[in-house]
Design a protein around this ligand. Sequence first.
Ligand SMILES: Nc1ncnc2c1ncn2[C@@H]1O[C@H](COP(=O)(O)OP(=O)(O)OP(=O)(O)O)[C@@H](O)[C@H]1O
Ligand SMILES: [Mg+2]
Length: 611
Amino acid sequence: MKQFESFRLDTADECLWHDGVQIALPPKQFALLRYLVEHSGRLISHDELLDALWPETYVQPQVLRTYVLELRKILGDDARQPRFIQSLPKRGYRFVAPVTDSPATPSAVEHPAEFAGIAGRDEELGILRTHFDRLAQQQRQIVFICGEVGIGKTALVEAFCRELEQTSDVTIVRGQCVQGFAEREEYYPVMEMLAELCAPPHAEQARPILARRAPAWQVALDRDMQAQKMPSEERALGDLCAFLEGMSVEKPLLLVFEDLHWADDSTLQVLAALARRRIPARLMVVATQGPTQQGDTSQALKKLKHDLLLHGLGTEIALAPLQMPQVRELLQRELHQQDLPQDLAVSVYEASEGNPLFAMAILGHLKTHRFLVCREAGGSARWEQRVPFREMEAGLPDELVQMVELEIERLTPVEQHLLEAGSLFSVAFPAWAVAAAMDDDVAQTEEMCDELARRLHFIKRAGQDELPDGTCSAFYVFAHGLYREVLHNRQAVARRSRSHLRIAEKLRVSFAGCELHVAREMAWHYEVAGQRLLAIATLRDAARNAFANNRQATGTDLLEHALRIAQDLHQTERDAVASEILIDLMQSKAAGSDASQDRATENLDNFSTRS
Ligand SMILES: Nc1ncnc2c1ncn2[C@@H]1O[C@H](COP(=O)(O)OP(=O)(O)OP(=O)(O)O)[C@@H](O)[C@H]1O
Ligand SMILES: [Mg+2]
């Protein structure tokens, strides 16, 4: 811990303390401040700083200026009369405040046992335990853990492994499938497991068994270690299985395959063989599987899993999002604090929809942007809210936006536009509307949506929509509201408006003669496209239609809606348009029931008062 004036730089927790309040700094700002503080008193050139902060990457020196500017803001420093960071034009920076070493801050960031483990997932851990217990009868077990990105597959497996390591004598090895490796390197996760088994502390037991039961695999492993690949034909699957069974004689063996959706076909064949062999063995396979990706492997995996589940040779645990109490527990564990700031759990739960990865990213975001601050009081530290969570406009966590952006950027420009058009709808989006927004063919758009739904976890097919002109098309939902929001926000306003306008026009054409059904939807698209007059005209037409069909209440509702939109018109148009709507309302009053007459009078009164 380094101290300068009333600040303390905590190099262990990568944060800054000021008068007992913790300030979370973004990583680069922290690294810059740390470098300056640790080399205080001497001139540090721009090049030295750039090398220290971005080794092996070219970064323009101007970037440093931006970071220094932000640091000065945080420290309350003045460039003209620097208390901390002095700029030496064209040369570099010097940290001028005296720096001393200070004792570590006692904080809640200790790790008491009550906050160990993961939140919830008791049932799932129970299922895993039951399967493990069956190994005692020499029955091999295969469990698939499935669920969307960040739902907690790895966290569950790791919690299970930690528990086993504490309670049982078991060998656990892991093989990670890596995105993009399936085509390039067969058996990648299997070789990783073999390498782990043939290294300490298992090597002494494993090496002789491998040499005896699967010599070709031993050769492959040794060559692998020297980066010399050999053809797969020489490695018999049966030998490998025999070796793994041999390894499970002395104590149970748990093989963890991570991210099986990225596995190569050969690895899947190993899994199939392990599951189907009849020889009794204390062998358990746990495989995590995220959303299935495009390509043959996904088909092969689907088929393998289906086959194993059908024949009772495997079990699937589908992870659901966390419930509110579990999100609260997750936050308590992360913050090491039982009583959380008011509304924190609800706010994080609502924004994350129970996805733990998103919940963690949101928590990090709240800390970084100081909506949540850690205060020191009476020798301990507590997390407190700076603004009531219900009132804050926290935005989206940068990490999540970047994660989603990276995935979006891998798509073709047309696919990106398609998803962006889909994000214009609040929940579900029909393919025909996306086609209209893109000015494209419905069948082709639907094909692309289906293709994306198969390949990507962003969207799912959710049903079928039919327009009066006979157009039939599927509709889709976003797997998570955050995806929709990122896709929505990355579009220029002008493009969004154009798309909304096209959708409204498509609705007008498709529902010609029965516009009443979609008047509100059409009006909404016009309104968000900035075409308020068109929105009002649509609602007035529909209202007239409703009155003609003796649907007084519907007609009045539509006119009231139009009146609300009219309030947002420019003053030059507002009064004239509102008067026309009010006349419509008065006419409906003349024709309508007592109730609608009362409402019309009330509207007239309200509007007169407001104007
Ligand atoms: N039940 C839980 N309690 C506390 N934290 C959790 C829980 N589940 C997940 N997390 C945390 O949420 C984050 C995402 O979880 P994890 O990596 O396990 O998800 P995943 O489903 O494996 O994601 P991916 O699809 O990217 O592999 C991690 O930081 C993890 O520690
Ligand atoms: Mg994972």
